[in-house]
Design a protein around this ligand. Structure first.
Ligand SMILES: Nc1ncnc2c1ncn2[C@@H]1O[C@H](COP(=O)(O)OP(=O)(O)O)[C@@H](O)[C@H]1O
Ligand SMILES: [Mg+2]
Length: 324
């Protein structure tokens, strides 16, 4: 089956991800896929949480932290600014403190606590997670193409969704148990709604959001995760491992797309031994890829004559990947 067939046969798979090591072509394939789907009349959002502002580079537009930016008919791109989200969150906390205690300024001690908490990597992760959930839960587009940062991060992201979920389940359960006692106590005290009810409400809200997004990520009917591979030994080995891990997290693997294949037509010309050898080497690895991933291999994408940046190059690549 071709990459195009996979999309045409599974119109409900609206959450698309390209994964793989850095530099293999995830952003490039995300952009080309977005371009093709948009030219088929689908409303598409390509979005990224990569601080490297890679969509800004490929679309040659200033996108970072600007919300969804229209690229062409039906195609939008968005780069989520995680630092910006953390800053907004900090301000929200400051404002709450000022309002609650009617203070003119945030006390130094509390300020340093807010600063320290924001330096935690977990804080950045959760800001990113929150932003992604926001985008996905809103549901304004036909297709969401999530331009992933390298695999380790993607796995972390997914495992976090699972861990979060388990953690919140436990806490929610505990809180529910406690509430029964609290209600008894507050009935005695004749209080109606306890503060704890609000906390429980907040937790259930978070849980419901996380469930919504991790359910999407692991829903075979709605999600497709494509691995980007290149014909190189190390990458093939890593991809095998990653595919195993992804299976453990129930991430539905849509298939494999091989990038940077040196065009075989070159052999018809007079080529130096150097290139002939490289092509021969790739042939070996391509055979390995086929025997390992079998029917899962959906497309072989040639190494183009230059980097893929700007709409004309993206269009050219989309034509190659989706055959038009
Ligand atoms: N088939 C290709 N032909 C030519 N250049 C490519 C091809 N695929 C990717 N590139 C270039 O390789 C670089 C890395 O690709 P990119 O999509 O940014 O990788 P990733 O997002 O996986 O880190 C970019 O400069 C891109 O333009
Ligand atoms: Mg990238």
């Amino acid at each position: 089956m071709s990459l195009k067939d996979v999309f045409l046969k599974n119109p409900d798979r609206r959450y698309i991800m390209f994964g793989g090591k850095g530099g293999l072509g995830k952003t490039t394939f995300s952009a080309a896929t977005g371009y093709w789907l948009a030219s088929q009349g689908k409303r598409v959002l390509v979005f990224s949480v990569d601080p490297q502002a890679s969509l800004t580079d490929i679309f040659q537009r200033d996108i970072f932290g600007k919300g969804p930016v229209k690229i062409m008919d039906n195609l939008w791109a968005q780069e989520i600014d995680a630092d910006g989200h953390i800053k907004a969150y900090q301000n929200e906390i400051r404002k709450k403190i000022l309002d609650m205690y009617g203070l003119p300024a945030v006390p130094e001690e509390i300020e340093s606590y807010i600063q320290a908490a924001s330096a935690e990597p977990a804080m950045e992760e959760s800001a990113i997670f929150d932003a992604v959930v926001d985008v996905v839960v809103k549901g304004d587009y036909d297709y969401y193409i999530y331009d992933l940062v390298p695999l380790g991060h993607a796995l972390y992201y997914l495992s976090m969704a699972k861990v979060y979920d388990e953690w919140i389940n436990k806490v929610t359960h505990l809180r529910e148990e406690m509430r029964e006692y609290e209600e008894m106590v507050s009935r005695l005290k004749r209080e109606k709604e306890t503060e704890q009810d609000q906390i429980l409400g907040e937790l259930q809200y978070i849980k419901q959001r996380i469930n919504a997004s991790s359910a999407i990520l692991t829903d075979k009917a709605k999600t497709a995760f494509f691995f980007v591979v290149v014909p190189e030994q190390m990458i093939i080995t890593d991809t095998k491992k990653a595919a195993g891990l992804f299976a453990q997290f129930d991430v539905p693997i849509g298939g494999y797309v091989v990038n940077r294949v040196i065009p075989r037509e070159l052999l018809e010309q007079k080529v130096p031994d150097y290139l002939r050898n490289r092509i021969q080497m790739q042939d070996g690895y391509l055979a390995d890829i086929r025997s390992t991933f079998g029917e899962g291999v959906l497309a072989l994408v040639p190494e183009l004559e230059r980097d893929v940046t700007g709409l004309p190059m993206i269009e050219k690549l989309a034509g190659i990947m989706y055959g038009s």
